[in-house]
Design a protein around this ligand. Structure first.
Ligand SMILES: [Zn+2]
Length: 306
């Protein structure tokens, strides 16, 4: 027997083995829907999560997906309920990754609900300090058609939905959507298991608001509640609580350091984020935003303030 033929056969069968392993993984990667219950699913829309409730009267969505994901989201919805229409779309906040497909669902006649501040940010040109540029206002067709200040509720099919304002947690207009029957809360970017937590300090967001908002979310949950973040896998209550505890530790450290007159560079050099159960990809960016927010809320930092 020619040993080189043998070797080629071995390589061929190894390649075939690799292919059979690889194909299911590829198919899995192309399947963007994760079912949480019979009627509630999470769709991966360009890395950003879209939560979809199927009801007899159409879909209720939380967030519409990142830019250029319209076809992906539509195909995913079609796989859940063929030809189903979106009746109601919530925007957890104004960022493009959460609102890019608004126009598409508005054209289907969807009602778009947001906190009042979110609509205001979407309706105006605004300065993005970190990038030194203006972001253009969104077209009228993309804007929320219904806003609220503090909270609201609705019924969709058999599901009771409660929604409310998360004060200054990630932007100035964050909301949560609580699917009570499914025991799932979509929390937008107020939980950040995958990416660095972000604070749009120029809108008013700060670590105090983030920490308080996570407490509010815990207060309306129970041990079986699942949390859908803006990016990344659905979180258990224990995972959400762990991020809240980490953020509360960060809040205390930032308060102390702002009161001591430190800026973000001082905070980084002084180890403000050291020893935490997560690593930041860009710690200075977070500390810059946290320090800016801390200065803006200087009168709320504690009893030592004159
Ligand atoms: Zn965001």
């Amino acid at each position: 027997m020619n040993p080189s033929v043998n070797r080629r056969d071995v390589l061929k069968s190894a390649a075939a083995g690799a292919l059979t392993l690889w194909v299911p993984r590829l198919l899995k990667a192309q399947q963007p829907v994760t079912k949480l219950t019979n009627s509630l699913s999470v769709i991966d829309a360009g890395g950003a999560n879209v939560t979809a409730l199927s009801t007899g009267q159409g879909f209720v969505l939380v967030d519409s997906g990142a830019p250029k994901t319209g076809d992906t989201v539509m195909a995913a919805l079609n796989s859940l309920t063929p030809n189903g229409k979106v009746q109601t779309l919530f925007n957890t906040h104004y960022h493009l990754d959460q609102t890019a497909n608004n126009e598409r669902f508005a054209a289907q006649g969807a009602k778009i609900i947001s906190q009042k501040r979110t609509r205001e940010w979407m309706a105006t040109d605004y300065w993005v300090p970190a990038e030194e540029r203006y972001e253009k206002a969104r077209p009228t067709a993309a804007l929320p058609t219904e806003t609220f200040l503090t909270r609201g509720s609705m019924k969709a099919g058999n599901e009771e939905i409660a929604y409310g304002y998360l004060l200054m947690a990630h932007t100035s207009g964050d909301l949560y959507v609580h699917f009570k029957g499914a025991n799932v809360i979509a929390v937008g970017d107020v939980a950040s298991p995958l990416r660095d937590p972000e604070l749009d300090w120029f809108t008013g967001a700060w670590v105090g608001g983030r920490s308080d908002s996570m407490d509010l979310l815990l207060s309306i949950s129970n041990d079986q509640t699942r949390f859908v973040p803006a990016y990344g896998a659905v979180m258990s209550k224990a995972q959400f609580k762990a991020e809240r505890d980490m953020m509360e530790e960060v809040r205390q450290r930032i308060f102390d350091r702002v009161r001591a007159g430190e800026g973000p560079q001082d905070m980084l050099a002084g180890g403000a984020l050291d020893g935490l159960p997560r690593k930041w990809k860009d710690p200075l960016k977070f500390l810059y935003a946290a320090a800016k927010g801390g200065w803006a809320y200087y009168d709320k930092l504690g009893e030592n303030v004159v």
